[in-house]
Design a protein around this ligand. Structure first.
Ligand SMILES: [Zn+2]
Length: 308
């Protein structure tokens, strides 16, 4: 088998949360845009409640025309798709659907079920509304903030400072040794046999490459040399973007830190395939960039674990 881990990037079109194809039409984000769009019957509106949205039939979201109640909801202009303006509205707490309503699903369930356009729009909608939920007050002075720019900026009502949606970068990496074996770790909270790539947040003032090296050293006590970027995936749980890398290990001796990583193991391709086939090792779900990174190293898709 060739050594796909040494070059090339991930097939991002296959990453469930990385499929946005719509036009965000950011130039249209004027102070009056939302009011105009919510008065236009051709606009299509997506309701979002605590990170969940509603599936219509098949692979589409439930898009509806504007309703009178939308004017008092938090609205976000998502952009245009098929020439139609799309707006997300956040439902108030007392409007939330029942927790067990099966038509309402979070992104982990929605993204793989949806077609590319709707998958991109719902990731955008949830990510921006998550930010609004956590930024009602000014970080400078504590006064309430108000929504402007069609849902993309909050402005302090006291000092006028403006605040934009934030995205927190996290690095996630396959670690490969001189023999092209793959290192996977088991988080302390995971059951025996569940393994994944290492990952962690980028700290202020740190390059992405340095974050990869620091996280690997912290989590498994291993120094890594060359670090190569592979691709990215928005991960709005609640506000991350996952930046995928391959890191080349400078040794093979691993010492899991015990705080985050309970166990770390090296796998050859044959060993990983055998363990996955036997149900001894379970990988991250297909929606994750972790799975894509592992399969990029492996060279092809790996089977899903047998149902337990
Ligand atoms: Zn303020």
């Amino acid at each position: 088998m060739s050594s796909p881990g040494e070059q090339g990037s991930l097939h991002l079109s296959e990453l469930a949360l990385t499929r946005a194809v719509d036009d965000r039409a950011a130039a249209r984000r004027s102070p009056t845009l939302l009011a105009e769009l919510l008065a236009a019957p051709a606009t299509r509106v997506l309701e979002v409640s605590r990170g969940r949205a509603q599936l219509a039939d098949g692979d589409r979201l439930r898009w509806r025309p504007p309703a009178a109640a939308d004017a008092r909801r938090l609205g976000v202009f998502l952009g245009e798709q098929d020439g139609v303006s799309r707006v997300a509205v956040g439902l108030a707490v007392d409007e939330a659907p029942a927790d067990d309503d099966p038509s309402w699903q979070g992104l982990r369930a929605l993204a793989p079920a949806l077609g590319p356009a709707d998958a991109g729009l719902v990731v955008q909608a949830v990510a921006v509304l998550n930010w609004h939920d956590a930024h009602r007050f000014c970080p400078r002075c504590g006064a309430p903030t108000e929504v402007i720019e069609a849902g993309y900026v909050r402005r302090c009502t006291a000092d006028g400072s403006q605040h934009w949606p934030r995205t927190d970068p996290a690095v996630i990496m396959t670690v490969v040794d001189d023999d092209d074996r793959l290192l996977l770790g088991r988080h302390v909270d995971w059951p025996a046999g569940r393994f994944s790539t290492l990952a962690g947040f980028v700290e202020p003032g740190e390059s992405l490459e340095a974050a990869v090296r620091r996280e690997v050293l912290e989590e498994v006590g291993l120094a890594v040399g060359e670090v190569a970027y592979r691709g990215s995936q928005p991960w709005p749980f609640p506000s991350s973007v996952m930046l995928g890398f391959t890191a080349h290990a400078l040794g093979t001796d691993v010492r899991p830190d015990g705080d985050e990583i309970a166990e770390a193991r090296w796998f050859t391709r044959a060993e990983l395939r055998e363990a996955v086939d036997a149900g001894i090792v379970g990988l991250s779900p297909r929606v994750s960039i972790s799975r894509a990174l592992v399969e990029h190293w492996y060279g092809e898709r790996l089977p899903d674990p047998p149902p337990s």
